[in-house]
Design a protein around this ligand. Structure first.
Ligand code: ATP
Ligand code: MG
Ligand code: FE
Length: 335
């Protein structure tokens, strides 16, 4: 079965063709980073408009390089994300599916991230613990199977990726901030400053990163001459906080397998720290599958063929959509 995947939840237009037997056949991606860079963050209306501009061309490109004219079904990101951006992908997918006489499969963006490592055969068997760290989410999830997600912890305020992006802004680095902060931190002295490790002294598996942002702000005011040392202190604080909570989550779940996904999973220091946790087997997606892409949506679609909607009568877009409300394939009812 071939699946066309369409991702437009934020600032990447991603399209891919995935075959349930042969794997990923093709991929096309356009990142709007340059478009939003001058604004220092994603401007929702600009994002929607650019998805409109790019989507048809990317679909043509992905189909052509897969060597197919149609696919058996179309999976699209139905949420969570920016409402206007989601609606572009949802309406395009629904229209194309109707023209082709094929079904659609609405996909949860974070499930796309979470299942992406399964594409490469590097992933563990169920159950495992997943750390989802991206621009909008910080989630610790006990994964019993596809669509069987128990939320162990989440952020109470900023997401980790958001904290990286805001720290980059404070240090006058480029958007998106994650890679920029990580690069600068390489030159920083880890012993120079120590920032707080938020909520490590409390039990439970929730996170909070907004206080860290304030601490970075104050430090940058006092030491405008040392952005690299500050970037390093920030990264150390984030990584130690995430690693400690992951270790607690694995202990609580009685599990040795930890999977990371989402944009921040591209961070080298985070990968090293998690791989070094005693008794932990770490599973990581390839770098290109960490940030948003169409392949993860096509792949999730291939795992959710049982959710195919044969004759879609409306497009589905949910800006807010908690991951733990999902059901296993074939059991999810759109209401
Ligand atoms: P969500 O998936 O929650 O809807 P999103 O789709 O915008 O949010 P992703 O595309 O998954 O997020 O990831 C982008 C985030 O990852 C940005 O915040 C970016 O700064 C961060 N990021 C990317 N690379 C790195 C890195 N090497 N180190 C730290 N953070 C990174
Ligand atoms: Mg993005
Ligand atoms: Fe994402």
């Amino acid at each position: 079965t071939t699946v066309l995947g369409i991702e437009t939840s934020c600032d990447e237009t991603g399209v891919a063709v995935y075959d349930s037997q042969r794997g990923l056949l093709s991929e096309a991606l356009f990142s709007q980073i340059a478009l939003h860079a001058e604004h220092g963050g994603v401007v929702p209306e600009l994002a929607s408009r650019d998805h409109v501009r790019r989507l048809a061309g990317l679909v043509d490109e992905a189909l052509a390089s897969a060597g197919v004219e149609q696919t058996d079904c179309i999976a699209y990101t139905a949420g969570p994300g920016l409402i206007g951006a989601l609606m572009v992908g949802a309406s395009f997918a629904t229209g194309l599916a109707t023209a082709w006489g094929r079904p659609v499969i609405p996909i949860h963006h974070m499930e796309g991230h979470l299942l992406a490592p399964l594409m490469t055969g590097e992933a563990p068997d169920f159950p495992f613990v997943a750390l989802l760290v991206s621009g909008g989410h910080t989630l610790l999830v006990q994964v019993e199977g596809i669509g069987r997600y128990r939320l162990l912890g989440q952020t109470r305020d900023d997401a980790v990726g958001e904290a990286f992006d805001k720290t980059a802004k404070l240090l006058q680095l480029d958007y998106p901030g994650g890679p920029a902060v990580a690069r600068l931190a390489e030159q920083g002295d880890p012993a120079r400053f120590r920032l707080p490790r938020p909520m490590l002294d409390k039990p439970g598996l929730d996170f909070s990163f907004s206080g860290l942002k304030t601490a970075v702000y104050l430090l940058a005011q006092d030491h405008p001459e040392s952005p690299a040392d500050i970037a390093r202190a920030f990264e150390e604080a984030v990584v130690e906080t995430l690693a400690t909570k992951c270790q607690r989550a694995l202990a609580q779940a009685g599990c040795a397998d930890l999977l990371i996904a989402g944009g921040v999973a591209a961070n080298t220091r985070l990968r090293q720290a998690l791989a070094a946790l005693p008794g932990v087997r770490l599973h990581t997606p390839p770098l290109a599958l960490c940030t948003d892409n169409g392949a993860m949506i096509a792949h999730a679609g291939a795992l959710r063929l049982a959710d195919a909607i044969e004759q879609p009568t409306r497009m589905l877009a949910r800006p807010r959509w908690p991951l733990d409300t999902l059901e296993p394939p074939g059991q999810f009812a759109w209401t």
